[in-house]
Design a protein around this ligand. Sequence first.
Ligand SMILES: *Cc1c(COP(=O)(O)O)cnc(C)c1O
Length: 460
Amino acid sequence: MSEKKIPYKIYLDESEIPQNWYNVRADMPTKPAPLLNPATGAPLTAEEMSGIFCEELVAQELDNDTAYIPIPQEIRDFYKMYRPAPLIRAYCLEKALGTPAKIYYKFEGNNTSGSHKLNSAIAQAYYAKKQGLKGVTTETGAGQWGTALSMACAYLGLDCKVFMVKVSYEQKPFRREVMRTYGAEVTPSPSMTTAVGRKILEEHPGTTGSLGCAISEAVEVATSTPGYRYVLGSVLNQVLLHQSVIGLESKAALDKYGVKPDIIIGCAGGGSNLGGLISPFMGEKLRGEKDYRFIAVEPASCPSFTRGKFAYDFCDTGKICPLAKMYTLGSGFIPSANHAGGLRFHGMSSTLSQLYHDGMMEAVAVEQTAVFEAAEKFARIEGILPAPESSHAIRVAIDEALKCKETGEEKTILFGLTGTGYFDMVAYQKFNDGVMTDYIPTDEDLAVGFSALPVVPGQE
Ligand SMILES: *Cc1c(COP(=O)(O)O)cnc(C)c1O
C-alpha cells in the first residue's frame, strides 16, 4: 500500500462522531468482578444501585454483554461543541527526539473543562435529567471532573453539588470559581455538612482531605436528598464506556490513513481515559484480530497497578460505597504531600484491573520530576501546555520513542493527551524553581493501606 502523506492534524467530520459507545466488556473472556454490597458481601443488585446512581447508568454499569450502545442524539449534539477531537501527528517531537518512531496523540483538552472528563459528564447528566432528577452530587480532586460536570449540568439545567478535596479547594481558587460560574455549589471536603465528614474530621483533625473522603460525602448527600443521585468521573464501567469515544475517533482517524499503532499509551488515575482510548483496539486484540502493546502509566507515588493488590476494596475513605475488585493500595492510602501530579486515587477501574491481571496490558510507574521534564519538553516542542496527569503518558511515549532511536525500529506510538495544565501552575512553579521532589512509598508505607483491606468471604 502506498503511504499517504499524513497531515499534522487528522480531523474527522462532525458526522463521524461515533454513533455508539463501545463496551469492551462484551469481548472480555473474563468479565470484571461485580460490585459488592459491603453489608452482605453479595453482588449489588440493580435495585440497590439505583438508590445511588441513575437507572440508565445502572443498566450500563451492569451490562457486560452489549458491545455497542447507542449514543443518544442529545449527547451527540453536545459532543459537537468540542468533538471530534483532533488526532495530532507529533512531527515536531519526532524531529526533536531524532527518533524513527511515528508518534500520534489524541488531544482531549479542547474544551473549557480542559480534559476528557466532559465526555462522561454530559452522558451522566443527560441520564439524570431524563430520569426527572433535580440534581447530582460528586467529588472532585484537582477539579477537572467538577468543572466538566458543572458545564454539563448548566447546559441541561440540573443542580450540581461538588465536594472538592480541601487542599485543592484552597490551592486552586480559580478552578472553584469556574465551577461556580457554571452554577455549581462547591464545598471543601471533609466538611461539617455531612455525618461522614464530621466523623472524618473528628478522627483526623486538620486533614486536608482526599478523593476517598469527598466521595463519601457526595454519596451521603445523594442518598439522603430526594431527587438527587451521585455521579463519578472515573473508575466505573459506565465511565469507561462513555470515554470509548476517544478510542473510536482515534481509530477512525488512523484507519483513514491505513495506520496501525504498535504501542498505545495512557496515564492511569482511575482508568477512564486509558480505558476509553484503548477499548476499540483492545477489542481487536481480545477477538484475536490484531495485536497491540498497551501501557498504563501511573505515578510512582500512587502505584495502584505496579505495587497494589488485586482485591475487593472500598472506593471511599468513609467505607459507605460498594466494594469493587481492583488493583488497590487500600482505601486509607493518601499519596505523600509533595505529590503534585494528580492521578491520586487509591484504586483502579475493575475492567482495566481484570485486563491487566489477564496479561492483556502492561503498567509502568514514573516519578514526578521525570514527568514534569517531559511536560516542559512537550510544551516547548509541540506548543500545548499539558496537564501533569497527561504528562505521565508523554513521559513514556518519549521513552519508547528513544528506545526506537537505539534500535532503529520505526514503531508507531499513540498516546492520550488528556488535557491542559493551566490550573496546575503551582506544580509547574515548583518544577521551575527546582524544588519539586520525588517520593516513592516504602513497602512499609504500603503495608498500612493493605492491612485495612476488607475481608470478603471467598476472596484470598
Ligand atoms: C482526571 C484526569 C486524568 C485521570 O483520570 P482517568 O480516569 O484515569 O482518566 C487524566 N488526565 C486528566 C487531564 C484528568 O483530568
